[in-house]
Write a protein that binds this ligand. Structure first.
Ligand code: ATP
Ligand code: MG
Length: 438
């Protein structure tokens, strides 16, 4: 079990709750991080506290109010335990149906309640409250790394947006790790105020497992968990390759999707990340310098025997009119563009608000394109998981439609603008940088 107390949040109301709350609050293994009698008012409190387990008390035992659970779920992916004064078989059935972790009767011995919290927390850590319910084995989870040897091409924008999309819309238990250890800004882009960073985690004593990891992540309002970069650049070196490898193994064990944001260079951190990456997104923009860097990067990956079928080129701001044609870009890179993301003013606006664009502008074209990438890299969203709630079915249906449109969209985004772009001579557009890449 965790050396740190488990952070709990208590919502709702029922007889005996005040006594249970006081007993839990004074227990050494528990930290009560917040309460709200109305689930609808739990909102931002719940998101900012980073609660690891939510205890939700019910006045009436004749059914689980799905709307109250949905309100809690909007703000956290943490396991939920129902507290009731009387239980019925219908209530237990509904609790199972809604994916709740446990039902505990009040009054209850404090030790029993603490045991229930620990059990929910440990299942939440390994199984993922936002996942389909079974234990997370690690073999179905995806580690997705966003990399580009060129700075400013949109790695962090895409990493944070994809992470929020997976957590909030695709209901995946998701962790974003900022591996730009010196100058990472993922937490700022997400508007998070982290209490701990990856530095605190790797400097902590003892085994570095998924239980330990859960005590150091920050919860974002999308339900996403974030492990930010150290606060000071000089601390980057303290995140050694060995400890990072353990962090990544624990993350893969505990989450459905692990997104890795990276710095714009091939350093030992990136190489450690690549060793454990399932899908590598190489982010490029429509500039000769960026394309050259991606080309060199592809050659380096080949030299390292990295499986290039797991490496996908993402052309960010693919509709920028700079007079390059998609086939020119592809032939210069020697690899096809798998995904295209349009440019959008909504992106810098969202960054300045500290909210991922997929949340500020859920209907924008850029959001749809990011969703397509997420769906394409997570086929089990549409294939194997069949959420039972209405929201789940709707999400799934939409994901299926999006998946069908994805290939079409990529081609259109990268191709259309290039056709509309001003015509230049072939000399001007020459992208043969083989000699530079050698
Ligand atoms: N699709 C987009 N539409 C509009 N602007 C974008 C888009 N993607 C990225 N940007 C802009 O590009 C800037 C750089 O993006 P970002 O910080 O994600 O790049 P990066 O590759 O992570 O850079 P670094 O390597 O320095 O960390 C952002 O501040 C944002 O304003
Ligand atoms: Mg970045």
């Amino acid at each position: 079990m965790s050396e740190q107390p488990i952070r709990i949040f208590i919502s709702g109301a029922c007889a005996g709750l005040a006594e249970a709350r006081d007993a839990l609050a004074s227990h050494k293994d528990i930290e009560l991080v917040g309460t709200a009698s109305e689930p609808s008012k739990a909102g931002s409190k719940l998101a900012s506290t980073g609660a690891q387990v939510v205890l939700h008390a019910l006045q009436r035992p004749d059914g689980v109010p799905a709307d109250e659970i949905a309100k809690i779920r909007e703000h956290t992916a943490a396991p939920i335990v129902l507290l009731v004064t009387r239980s019925t078989s219908a209530l237990l059935d509904e609790a199972v149906e809604l994916g709740l972790n446990d039902v505990a009767m009040l009054p209850q011995l404090t030790d029993n309640l603490v045991f229930t919290v620990k059990k929910a927390h440990s299942i939440g850590v390994v199984g993922g409250a936002g996942s389909a319910g079974g234990r997370r084995t690690g073999d179905t989870s995806r580690v997705i790394t966003l990399f580009s040897p060129k700075g400013g091409v949109g790695k962090t924008v895409l990493a944070t947006s994809m992470a929020a999309m997976y957590a909030k819309r695709l209901k995946k238990r998701t962790l974003l790790i900022d591996l730009d250890l010196q100058f990472g800004d993922a937490a700022i882009m997400l508007g998070c105020d982290p209490r701990t960073t990856i530095l605190d985690l790797v400097m902590s004593h003892g085994d570095l497992d998924s239980d330990k990891l859960s005590g150091y992540v920050t919860q974002h309002e999308s339900g996403l968990h974030v492990l930010p970069a150290p606060l000071r650049p000089e601390d980057a070196d303290l995140v050694t390759e060995d400890r990072l490898a353990s962090v990544l193994a624990a993350a893969k064990q505990a989450y459905d999707v692990v997104l890795l944001d990276t710095p714009p260079n091939f350093n030992s951190t990136v190489l450690t990340a690549l060793d454990r990456t399932d899908e590598l997104l190489l982010v490029a923009s429509l500039e000769a310098t960026s394309l050259k860097s991606v080309k060199v990067c592809l050659q380096t990956l080949e030299m390292l025997h990295y499986p290039l079928d797991r490496c996908h080129v993402v052309l960010n701001r693919a509709d920028t009119r700079v007079g390059l044609k998609r086939d020119q870009v592809e032939s210069a890179l020697g690899k096809s563009i798998r995904f295209g993301i349009p440019s959008s003013k909504a992106v810098p606006t969202a960054i300045n608000r500290g909210i991922p664009v997929v949340m500020t502008d859920p209907k924008a074209e850029v959001t749809q394109a990011i969703r397509d990438v997420c769906v394409a890299l997570s086929p089990e969203v549409t294939m194997t998981e069949a959420p039972k709630s209405k929201v789940g079915r709707r999400e799934r249906k939409r994901a299926e439609v999006d998946a069908r449109r994805a290939a079409e969209r990529d081609a259109a985004i990268a191709g259309n603008s290039l056709m509309r772009a001003p015509q230049h001579s072939d000399d001007e557009l020459e992208l043969d940088f083989e000699h530079e890449a050698a």
